[in-house]
Design a protein around this ligand. Sequence first.
Ligand code: FAD
Length: 381
Amino acid sequence: MSKPALRSDPEKLLRQIISRFVAQEITPLARDMDESGKIPKELMRKIAQMRLFGMRYPVKGGGCGGNSTLYCIMSEELARGLLSLAAKVSKQCLMGTEHLYRFGSKEMHEKYFAPAMRGEKIGSFCLTEPEAGGDLGAVATTATKDGDEWVISGMKTWITNAPIADFFTVLCQTDRSKGVRGLNFFFVPRDTPGVRISPRFETLGTRTTDIAEVAFNDCRIPGEYILGEVGKGLKSLLSILADIRSMTAALALGLAKAAYETAFQYAKERQAFGKTINKYQLIQSKIANMATDIWAAELMLYETTRKIDAGLPAGKESMMVKYFATETACRCCDEATRIMGAYAYSMEYPAQRYFRDARFLLYGGGTHEVLQQNIARELKF
Ligand SMILES: Cc1cc2nc3c(=O)[nH]c(=O)nc-3n(C[C@H](O)[C@H](O)[C@H](O)COP(=O)(O)OP(=O)(O)OC[C@H]3O[C@@H](n4cnc5c(N)ncnc54)[C@H](O)[C@@H]3O)c2cc1C
């Protein structure tokens, strides 16, 4: 495998620290966690102690002071151990807490953000609805002003962490006549009367990911729980979209590397027709293609995060890398199952988990059909 495209000592150091932690604490438990659908509390406590939930927030805000590049290195390395755990940590560090960090009052910071950085409270990001997936213009959950309060009504679905969340960042419509310009985010604590969480969804992969529907039945929240200025919800979502897409690409890259390394090792050991299968050209072709795609995805990812860190526009690049890295992960996980033959089909080996988990990456941050359309638009095609 090529040397990762890193340029600074903090980047190398962070990669080493997380990689060691993954090898010692996550990989040995990955199968059990996947089968039980549970992450041990002790493991989450260690992750919190490493302050990974605050990787991309300033030190004085309770975070680690990292940037987008460091955050993606963290996500990538964690994903080499267990994608669902990596996604849980990465989402808490971005979508779960970003609007609270930016727009929450001092009291909200003390009561929710600081504990979230310590891993004591969990946040959840609610965009998707039964009738509004990629098309956010169709969001039907409403927020209506009533005196000093907002009243939230509607249904969100496919919400990661909903079964265990302490608070929700909820995209609502405040003025339907304005379409997407009427969208705003609101902060809803779980114990608000009217919040109902469905039973946990059963899913194909990332089986430690807790997903459920959340119903908001006339939930009354204080006026200050609007996150950002009225009418600026879309703008604040767009401002973190490049980070969301890069993070998804980082998860994809970590998973692709895990699948590649498993298949690489297996091919050097497995004998067929008198020699190890790595001696066959068709297997060599698969490994060469996997390594090439992984290298390309890595270069694209860290080029994109460096643009984000420099405050440069990275919208097109982040769409391209989310699309390419995720397709790379799907291809690598598929090829790993072919290289490993029947053993990839056994629950004893991780190849089947990589194959199932890869599908998780396809939807959030934009489906690939929509991303391709948007990339073409960016190219003024
Ligand atoms: C594991 C998992 C975790 C998730 N976690 C969250 C979460 O925490 N919070 C949250 O809000 N949501 C979450 N989601 C939902 C996710 O964001 C949506 O799945 C995503 O936005 C796509 O919506 P959809 O699945 O309804 O597909 P749709 O938007 O209905 O699309 C269905 C199909 O139509 C295609 N399509 C749609 N529009 C176009 C178009 N214009 N041109 C061409 N093709 C098009 C799509 O590409 C796709 O193939 C999660 C989903 C999964 C699977």
